[in-house]
Design a binder for this molecule. Structure first.
Ligand code: COA
Length: 217
């Protein structure tokens, strides 16, 4: 941050330790209110704070990786899936199912913690489904969801899967990450497998979204 003035900056620097950028901004406005600094100085500091915030955010966002899940991740996967299942955003999964399907899962890891997951369930006709997608509630909207989906789409492309679909209550997210709205009836394999036996068959509130590989070549 550029010095406010030789006199006030010393006072401030000591005062500002441990403060958030918002608190620094409040203090700067306070100084301006007391006519200790000029509007021009406030503007310069604000610009610097915005830049700092962008740099920190970029680092935060970049500070995670997506990788294949392993059996060591099963507890974390259970926790994440149960959390979003209780909120009605995902279907619950049995521990045994997760273990048996571990090779279908990808996890997002940040500071050695699993903070997101999803799996790619493959049907038998060039069609796959993204299931159990969830990101930790404390780090939403920082790019983890998109990164997990992209990882699974790359995996699908390597397997020569033509289309990847999802049934979701988060349509805005899937449209932001390149999926197109479709109708469940356009997904015959899915209907045959799950929907026919689903108790919510006649009151389904999920929306179908699809990603066609050929549209992204
Ligand atoms: C849906 C979910 C996985 C998104 O993960 P995320 O890490 O927060 O999303 P990202 O930061 O990668 O978002 C990617 C883009 O989608 C947008 N987005 C994410 N959630 C959104 C929402 N609810 N409404 C509108 N836009 C949204 C982001 O703003 C971002 O937009 P951009 O193109 O400007 O960058 C996450 O919100 C979640 O865990 N939800 C609960 C479980 C769930 O609904 N799973 C899906 C079941 S199919």
């Amino acid at each position: 941050m550029p010095p406010i003035s030789s006199e006030s900056s010393f006072v401030l620097l000591d005062e500002l330790k441990q403060n958030t950028l918002e608190e620094v901004f409040d203090k700067v406005n306070e100084l301006y209110g007391q006519e200790k600094i000029t509007r021009e100085e406030v503007n310069k500091i604000t610009d610097a704070l915005v830049t700092l915030n962008q740099v920190f955010l970029k680092q935060e966002k970049a500070n995670f990786t997506i990788r294949q899940a392993t059996l060591a991740d099963v507890d974390s996967l259970m926790e994440m899936i149960e959390y979003w299942a209780k909120k009605g955003q995902n279907l619950p999964r049995k521990r045994n199912d997760i273990i048996r399907g571990i090779q279908t899962f990808a996890v997002c890891v940040k500071d050695k913690q699993v903070v997101g997951c999803a799996c790619l369930y493959v049907y038998d006709s060039g069609l796959a489904e993204i299931r159990s997608l969830g990101v930790s509630p404390v780090i939403q909207r920082q790019g983890q969801g998109r990164a997990i989906v992209n990882y699974l789409l790359k995996r699908a492309a390597k397997m020569y899967i033509d289309r990847v679909f999802v049934l979701t209550r988060s349509p805005e997210f899937f449209s932001r990450v390149g999926f197109q709205k479709t109708v469940i009836e356009a997904l015959p394999e899915k209907i045959l497998k799950d929907c026919e036996n689903c108790p919510n068959k006649d009151k389904c509130d999920e929306v179908a979204y699809i990603y066609n590989m050929k549209d992204h070549k």
